[in-house]
Ligand binder design. Structure first.
Ligand code: SF4
Length: 185
């Protein structure tokens, strides 16, 4: 089986994506989400993900970063785009930062492929994610797995599994600017 490093933003989004992939790939999860604000929320999502992975015997790699510094870097990267709506230019940069980090770790740890589960959300643009992932794949030299995990009721299934497992599910994407768009997710 090929080894896939899957960037993951939270346990609820991982659930159905892992279900879709684990028969075909040896999947390990990668956490790198300096976009999430505030730190308390960042740490809460990581804690829930860590517990979920442990319970389901899923290997988890946690990005080696200091939240305050990395969130500052993230804010500088999206400077000028703070008022953009979700799915627009700010999100493209945010996807890119997280996919790049995943690809470099995939290379370092000798994975065959990398991907992100972000496309499971109806709020995320799979086309943009795939374009970015393919470009990063050429730059870093690790294959990218094109995907749209929301297809085939992927998102609906993630909600079902999260409910069954009693997982904490946030009501905003992650950054301070996305708190303007609080919705049921
Ligand atoms: S809304 Fe989500 S994807 Fe977009 S910039 Fe904020 S954290 Fe990143």
């Amino acid at each position: 089986m090929k080894r896939l490093l899957l960037h993951t933003c939270c346990a609820p989004c991982l659930t159905s994506v892992y279900e879709q992939l684990h028969d075909t790939y040896e999947v390990a999860v990668f956490w790198y989400n300096p976009s999430i604000w505030p730190k308390k929320e960042h740490d809460k999502r990581l804690k829930v993900l860590t517990e979920y992975c442990k319970e389901h015997y899923i290997k988890l790699y946690i990005g080696d970063y200091k939240y305050s510094e990395e969130h500052k870097f993230w804010k500088e990267s999206i400077k000028g785009l703070e008022s953009e709506p979700e799915r627009d230019k700010r999100c493209e940069i945010c996807y890119k930062i997280r996919l790049e980090a995943t690809a470099w770790v995939a290379l370092e740890k000798h994975f065959d492929l990398f991907a992100s589960e972000l496309s499971v959300s109806p709020h995320k643009d799979a086309k943009i994610l795939n374009e970015l992932g393919s470009a990063i794949s050429k730059e870093v030299g690790v294959e990218y797995l094109k995907n749209d995990f929301k297809r085939g009721d992927g998102f609906k299934r993630s909600v079902e599994i999260s409910k069954e497992c009693g997982l904490y599910r946030q009501n905003y994407c992650g950054c301070e600017y996305s708190t303007r768009d609080i919705v049921s997710r």
